[in-house]
Write a protein that binds this ligand. Structure first.
Ligand SMILES: [Fe+2]
Length: 392
């Protein structure tokens, strides 16, 4: 699907398979939105992914390099995605390079094998210290093609005349290693990151026009309510998804009793699989929207991006200085003009001064707090420490 969007295709959702045993959205149907971000130079492909309708955009960025194309942060190569990508190849040259710039982001790692098979002539570059859990599998078992996979920095860097590469980490997580490589395209000023920076929007990203169901599902207060597609409900659902995705369990959220859930489901006007059979196991307390607005605005007021709380509390909790140093090193690149992250918003205007402001802001505030909406993340961290799964 190209950047100009068609009306919601709600009818298509009816053919989704049963979901209850593994509620990984989008349940086998994966629309793709393609957008040209910089004419003739940068494009992105976006899909939705998540669990229990807590769906956020996931993005692969395509850069024009030399005589072809580079793919950063792989996506599953659906037929729709491949059709659009083949069109780009006809206009701008073949896919030369596929880059997995994270060692820990499973959602970016899983598509590498299929994408590499779709482009058998492309070089595959991955960040160092790839890992898998519960078993540490060899790279070939992860689907990285043995004869054309290289490790960033260890085996060189792709397209170094055009692209700057800046590593973040490695950081020992106990179960594995966090290691991410940012890429700066000197030709356009685009800063590409995978998970280490996010830019939030107050309104739902465009990809939800392909399927607004996750927004409408979370816009309700009870499972007995129908999914109503209105602009207000889309925004309401998006704000709740932002809280879920960033904090897992926000402060002003409670879980109703099983009896309440069953009663709601039995009185549901829409007990279909798409509506999760009328089950909505959340109750939002007064003040949740103010908290969502506050969080979103904190990511847009002074600087247009931030570090996701999940990463701050569970990855960089004891490595604040490493993250700040990385931001400062990024800020030395005065060619940076925009941020293209692998999640949430894309092509957010950004300057080296903004990155310095972000570093200043993070340095001066409490790091990885444990109160309010951060409580669940703090509990997970304490539990991992208690069982010796992460280092102190
Ligand atoms: Fe990610």
């Amino acid at each position: 699907m190209r950047g100009s969007l068609t009306p919601p295709l709600l009818a298509r959702q009816q053919r989704w398979p049963w979901w209850p045993l593994l509620p990984l959205y989008p349940y086998g149907h994966r629309p793709t939105l393609m957008r040209e971000l910089v004419p003739g130079r940068v494009w992105c492909f976006e899909q939705l992914h998540g669990i229990w309708y807590v769906a956020v955009p996931i993005r692969m960025t395509v850069l024009k390099v030399e005589a072809g194309l580079l793919l950063y942060a792989p996506l599953p190569p659906t037929a729709e995605l491949l059709t659009e990508l083949r069109t780009l190849e006809e206009q701008h040259g073949p896919v030369l390079t596929i880059v997995l710039a994270t060692s820990s982001g499973l959602e970016h790692k899983l598509p590498v094998a299929a994408l590499a098979r779709a482009f058998p002539e492309a070089s595959v570059w991955v960040s160092d210290m790839q890992w898998s859990f519960p078993l540490q599998l060899p790279p070939t078992w992860l689907g990285f093609p043995q004869d054309r996979t290289k490790v960033l920095f260890r085996d060189g860097l792709p397209h170094p005349q055009q692209l700057n590469w800046l590593p973040l980490g490695p950081i020992d997580l106990g179960l594995g290693t966090f290691h991410e490589i940012a890429c700066i395209d000197q030709a356009t000023g685009a800063l590409l990151v995978t998970d280490a920076l996010v830019a939030l929007s107050a309104t739902p990203p465009d990809i939800f026009q392909c399927d607004p169901t996750p927004l409408l599902f979370h816009a309700r207060d009870r499972g007995s309510e129908a999914l109503l597609d209105t602009p207000d409900n889309r925004t309401k659902g998006w704000k709740r998804i932002v809280l879920f995705a960033n904090f897992f369990r926000p402060e002003l959220l409670t879980i109703p009793s099983l009896a309440e859930l069953v009663a709601d489901a039995r009185s549901s006007h829409d007990p279909s699989p798409r509506n999760h059979f009328g089950i909505y196991p959340f109750r939002w307390q007064d003040g949740w929207e103010e908290q969502a607005d506050q969080w979103i605005q904190s990511c847009t007021d002074t600087v247009p991006c931030s570090l996701a709380p999940v990463l701050e509390r569970l990855v960089f909790v004891r490595s604040k200085q490493i993250y700040l140093d990385w931001l400062r090193s990024l800020a030395k690149n005065d060619t940076i003009s925009c941020l293209i992250a692998a999640h949430y918003s894309a092509k957010t205007p950004l300057s080296c001064h903004s990155l310095d402001h972000l570093a200043d802001s993070l340095q001066s505030r409490d790091w990885a707090p444990s109160d309010q909406s951060w409580q669940t993340l703090a509990f997970i961290d304490r539990t991992l420490i208690k069982f010796g799964l992460v280092p102190h």
